[in-house]
Design a protein around this ligand. Sequence first.
Ligand SMILES: Nc1ncnc2c1ncn2[C@@H]1O[C@H](COP(=O)(O)OP(=O)(O)O)[C@@H](O)[C@H]1O
Ligand SMILES: [Mg+2]
Length: 566
Amino acid sequence: MGTLDQDGKILVGKGEQPEYLTLALGNRHGLITGATGTGKTVTLQVLAEGFSRAGVPVFAADIKGDLSGVAAKGEAKPAFVDRAKQMGFDYVPDQFPVVFWDLFGEQGHPIRATVHDLGPLLLARMLDLNDVQEGVINIAFKVMDEADGAADGEAQDLVDLANLRELLAFLGKNAKDIGNRYGNVAPATIGAVQRQLLVIENQGGEKFFGLPELDLSDFMAVDAQGRGRINILAADKLMQSPRLYATFLLWLIAELFERLPEVGDLDKPKLVFFFDEAHLLFNEAPKALLDRIEQVVRLIRSKGVGIYFVTQNPLDVPDTVLAQLGNRVQHALRAFTPRDQKAVRAAAETFRPNPKLDTAAVITELGKGEALVSFLEGNGTPSIVERALIRPPAARVGPLTPQERQALLASSPLRGRYDKAQPHRPLADLLNGNAAPAGDEEDAPRNGSGRNGSGRNGRAGGGAPAEQPGLGSRILGGIGAFLSHPAVRQFGRSVAAVVARTATQEAMKRMGMSPSSRRSYAQSGRGRSRTYGLVDDGGADTGGAGIGASAARGLFGNPQRSSDRG
Ligand SMILES: Nc1ncnc2c1ncn2[C@@H]1O[C@H](COP(=O)(O)OP(=O)(O)O)[C@@H](O)[C@H]1O
Ligand SMILES: [Mg+2]
């Protein structure tokens, strides 16, 4: 019987005809919709299995834990056997290569990123900041870029939330200097941001920030049989903090976008990304963020990544994004209230009509695991909508047992790679040199995570006078003067960086420090793991109009990595 997939196509279901998703159009994104309990997660599993069989790696968030069963062989339950027979084939159980991930490191490998990598826009979203507070975050990133880039161009010291606290405290202490250059940083605003940080920390968000960072090539692997690995993110706990969940997945998409090379249209995607509970991404999202999401979804296609949103109703997705989701599976919607009925009509109108179907009526009649489907065809146009039975998944429907999961974790190909957090240095070293006045800790409440003590240790032998201004503020003063000079403005980032670096080296010399000691620290650290040949397309780096790092910011406002800048 084989896999039932055709060459270059995944069998998804069958109505009057078999319904296939064309792999070469798999990067044109997709949408799975329907009310709770109508079959969305199972359809996601069917697609994930199909992609995996075709050698396409998959990423999916597992909201209820029930997707984990894709790692175990399916059972020939009568319902599945009958459904397969009805569709004209025999049910053949199968299982798929799975790697488990978990932000909290409990049910899978931890995924970590740096605050720096998240960038100001997503950070502000994660922290639910207002415009004024977001302004402070933007200033914090600018200050960091300059203080850091000034030393060695390795603007990656902003690693975890403790670092961010240190940076905010630094901003508070130097509010006057910084305010003169960037605009007001009111202590009350900084305090408000610090409190929001606490909220995220209480949700366990600090686990997400740290080292080693996720290496995306670990997401894009196939197993020894050539099957695409299915990366499953345990999201049951994460979903209790919807904002954290949504920003985290968005960050992942942004990472893929920024790091993967341009490849145009391939015969199959390089990665397919399923975004379950996608409405959380769009709920109350500010316009600026929606614009970026729209942009990333549009552009990531040419990097070979397909994004599949899963949500209850197509109306959950903004029109500009919806228009880009070519492969559609619509499960049943309820139509109890007039509002429901309106939503059903709207959902029906997103399909290319089939004269033989009353699309809106059918949406309310569909049974479990039945759907209206429309996939992109040959030249990329959507097929006429068809009513189809979705095939039964070949792997288990439902969760793994904890024992099964542990066994898989123990034999994971990535075992040991991410499991232990890697230490990094406190920001105080950079911002204050060894000369920070005692007592600055009171501005930066510590969260007791155990990473923070070394700031004190780091300057134990300093013995500098307490009133000595920190290196950071010297840098700020020096760089500010240089950067605001009209001659420097004209040359944009590279010149500004060189000038800034020189200024810092001067400052360091004045303080009796060797600039090279700072540099060697940065190089011995991290950020060197990305050697798998992914290159940035450089699009964001060519602007050159602004001053400093702002010219080199990526889509979500995070600076380009210096490792990509070369
Ligand atoms: N394609 C299918 N083949 C067989 N059973 C299915 C199929 N789709 C859904 N089902 C049945 O319906 C149940 C609910 O589906 P699920 O995907 O969890 O719904 P949703 O994610 O929309 O809440 C599944 O547990 C399964 O028993
Ligand atoms: Mg579900």
